[in-house]
Unconditional design. Structure first.
Length: 162
């Protein structure tokens, strides 16, 4: 871990939780700078199996993944995103607080002058909430059962290139 006071972890530091997960070699990132993804669980949601599986899939596809852990505030998420110089923030919410938490992260990024970080969401999000979240600036919402290859492809196609 870089920095003794960090409370979030690079996915390599977390025990691999999806040994049967197989990502096709064609989904590997090209050589060069890796896309950096910050994965976060904002709010009081305490279930993180799904986001850990997604983290492992993104890592297996050649991305650098930083997982903040459970119960993060929007302020903590934005602070970590800035410190880690990420290209993408992916948040998962199962508690129903997505209509506040997702836009709040976008608002904080804007306040800090960060306009080139793609923000995505996932979890249990009713279909009727998705248009407002996208209008607020969330790039994509991925629901339960989304194939990890779809998430990988979306990030590869839409994350900023440096």
């Amino acid at each position: 871990m870089r920095g003794a006071d960090r409370k979030y972890h690079h996915i390599e530091e977390i025990q691999y939780i999806a040994p049967s997960l197989k990502i096709a070699k064609e989904n590997k990132m090209p050589e060069g700078r890796k896309i950096r993804v910050l994965a976060a669980k904002p709010g009081l949601d305490g279930h993180d199996r799904g986001i850990k599986i997604i983290c492992a899939a993104l890592r297996d596809a050649g991305m650098e993944v930083i997982y903040t852990g459970l119960r993060q505030t929007p302020e903590q998420i934005v602070s970590a995103a800035i410190q880690e110089d990420v290209d993408v923030i992916g948040m998962s919410v199962l508690s129903g607080a997505h209509n506040y938490l997702f836009p709040r992260v976008l608002e904080l990024l804007k306040e800090k002058g960060i306009e080139d970080v793609m923000v995505m969401g996932g979890g249990i999000i009713p279909d009727e909430d998705i248009p407002a979240l996208k209008q607020a600036g969330i790039a994509m919402i991925f629901g339960p059962g989304t194939d990890t290859r779809n998430i990988i492809n979306f990030i590869q196609e839409h994350a900023r290139k440096r």
